[in-house]
Design a protein around this ligand. Structure first.
Ligand SMILES: Cc1cc2nc3c(=O)[nH]c(=O)nc-3n(C[C@H](O)[C@H](O)[C@H](O)COP(=O)(O)OP(=O)(O)OC[C@H]3O[C@@H](n4cnc5c(N)ncnc54)[C@H](O)[C@@H]3O)c2cc1C
Length: 294
């Protein structure tokens, strides 16, 4: 039997409803490994990248809507246009071939606790839009996850869009990825802090973390410690302690639990130092010649 043909999302959703057991695929940078490394076989696959609507980035007044099947290269480009400080972080997601075929929706749907886009999207207050023949629903990204690689997707649903709010005035945003290799490596820890300070007081804060729990996570307790507080060294130290006690990371081949906790807090301290204008405290801005000056 020839596979059915489809190229728009109503057709995709009708097929999803008719074939809930089919394996949804996008760039296959995760699913491909299930086949080559784990020898899985799928009787049916449903390729969301054929749907042009899901390959678009749309800019709206309040947010940018990134189609689930937009490549990571294009998705990060759309984010970097609005927030240039994310360029280094974007370039550290896998390598160019994976960024050119993998999709943002695939990263989000796969839901690895050490995936890189989710801590960023959570810190930015992104919402995920789910589509099915029954209609659509949306939620804050952190509510999409229910457990280790588990999410709220119903058998007839797909991820349609990821809606990312535009930058707020005075937004202070930093995204940190700690991995064994600088290039083309998965995070041991990822921390993204997005803070808006007015007259020395934290007005709004979003903190996304990876590598610290069974799912990508929002640091709700640490956010609560900071919100409404004066942005001082003492507040940053309280946030550091709160972050370390909020999560109980596991030990695995990438890092021990103790290392992850230690580094998580250290990254909050780095955020404090960078918020005070300090440079030379990360690899991106470190210049050996300048550091060697007497
Ligand atoms: C060498 C290498 C390096 C990597 N480095 C990183 C890294 O640094 N950081 C990182 O976070 N990840 C990394 N990854 C993981 C991977 O690239 C990402 O998870 C990628 O974003 C998955 O997207 P995809 O389009 O390839 O998804 P696929 O592999 O096609 O699918 C992944 C999962 O998402 C589901 N899915 C896909 N699209 C949808 C949709 N629209 N609706 C519902 N479900 C959907 C699929 O059913 C499947 O369960 C790396 C992978 C490789 C091979």
């Amino acid at each position: 039997m020839n596979p059915p043909s489809w190229n728009n999302w109503p057709e995709l959703l009708a097929l999803r409803a008719a074939h809930p057991q089919a394996q949804v695929v996008a760039g296959c940078t995760d699913v491909g490994l299930w086949v080559t490394k784990m020898h899985m076989r799928f009787a049916q696959v449903l390729d969301v990248t054929r749907v042009q609507e899901l390959r678009r980035v749309e800019t709206h007044d309040q947010h940018v809507a990134i189609g689930a099947a937009v490549t990571l290269t294009d998705a990060f480009e759309a984010l970097v246009v609005q927030r240039p400080q994310l360029k280094t972080f974007a370039n550290r997601f896998a390598g160019l071939p994976v960024r050119n075929s993998g999709t943002l929706g695939g990263n989000v749907a796969n839901g690895s606790p050490i995936g890189d886009s989710m801590p960023l999207l959570i810190a930015l207050g992104a919402r995920v839009v789910l589509l099915s023949v029954r209609g659509q629903r949306e939620m804050p990204l952190e509510q999409f996850y229910t457990g280790y690689r588990k999410n709220v997707l119903a058998p007839d649903e797909v991820v349609g869009w990821i809606k990312v709010p535009r930058p707020a005035d005075g937004e202070l945003l930093r995204a940190y990825k700690i991995s064994k290799r600088y290039d083309d490596d998965i995070s041991a820890i990822c921390l993204v802090v997005n803070m808006r300070i007015a007259e020395g007081v934290v007005q709004q804060v979003g903190i996304g973390a990876g590598g610290v729990a069974a799912t990508p996570a929002r640091a709700v307790q640490t956010e609560a410690v900071l919100r409404g507080s004066a942005w001082t060294l003492e507040a940053a130290q309280r946030a550091t302690a709160a972050l370390r006690s909020e999560f109980k990371p596991i030990s695995d081949m990438r890092a021990s639990s103790a290392y992850r906790s230690e580094v998580l807090g250290n990254l909050m301290q780095r955020f404090w130092l960078e918020s005070q204008g300090l440079r030379q405290i990360n690899l991106e801005s470190f210049r050996l010649e300048e550091a060697a000056q007497p």
